[in-house]
Design a protein. Structure first.
Length: 210
């Protein structure tokens, strides 16, 4: 492991400690002030858990968007894109990344198909990467990768690297208004990361899933 990776790993413990101190201080301040802010202890605990989850996974999720399509006369989200970047400058081998979809009724496992290409002038949801994958795989649309490590070697290694994970939902997992689903990332480095998304009203074709 190189010096840069050692620094990143060492920073994890400090980040966890700092996150705990900040959240604990927030809870204490709320109690002292008689709960004058709108946050409850459960809110602070949720924030802490999310922060620790991100730190221990080494992967930040910066954006979550989906696109509605008309399917059998009904609007459903068929494609999802998750913008990720490393929390530290540390090698993360995305060829070993596995993604689990759980809609409460079924579970589907997705594997990297080896396709990672720069976005260039292509619209996000019309990028050619989508045409290369099926419902059992995912790919990457690369936003920033200065050394082309992701494109050429399936490695994200700088905390400036950014790429959208492209997920083409299986038919049984397509989301209509109000549907929810858990997405779990199993990275090669760090522990698992689970996020929950919920389909909003299809007021526009492309929607934010945060």
């Amino acid at each position: 492991m190189d010096i840069q990776n050692n620094e990143g790993i060492a920073g994890i413990a400090l980040a966890i400690i700092l996150a705990g101190i900040i959240i604990t201080a927030g809870v204490a301040a709320s109690v002292i002030l008689g709960g004058s802010d709108n946050g409850t202890e459960e809110d602070y605990e949720q924030i802490l858990n999310e922060a620790l989850d991100e730190i221990s996974t080494y992967i930040q999720i910066k954006d979550m968007v989906g696109k509605f399509y008309s399917i059998d006369g009904e609007k459903r989200i068929q494609r999802i894109a998750l913008l990720i970047k490393p929390l530290f400058s540390i090698d993360i081998d995305v060829s070993e990344l596995t993604i689990k979809l759980n809609n409460g009724k079924q579970i589907s496992m997705l594997y990297y198909d080896g396709n990672a290409n720069f976005i260039n002038v292509n619209p996000l949801f019309e990028h050619p990467v989508w045409n290369e994958q099926n419902e059992n795989n995912f790919g990457f649309i690369v936003i920033l990768d200065k050394d082309e490590s992701l494109v050429n070697h399936s490695i994200i290694n700088e905390n400036t690297d950014m790429a959208y994970i492209t997920i083409k939902l299986p038919e049984d997992f397509e989301l209509k208004k109000g549907d929810s689903m858990q997405i779990t990332l199993f990275p090669s480095t760090g522990i698992t990361r689970t996020i929950e998304i919920k389909a909003p009203a299809p007021v526009t074709s492309i929607v934010n899933l945060r």
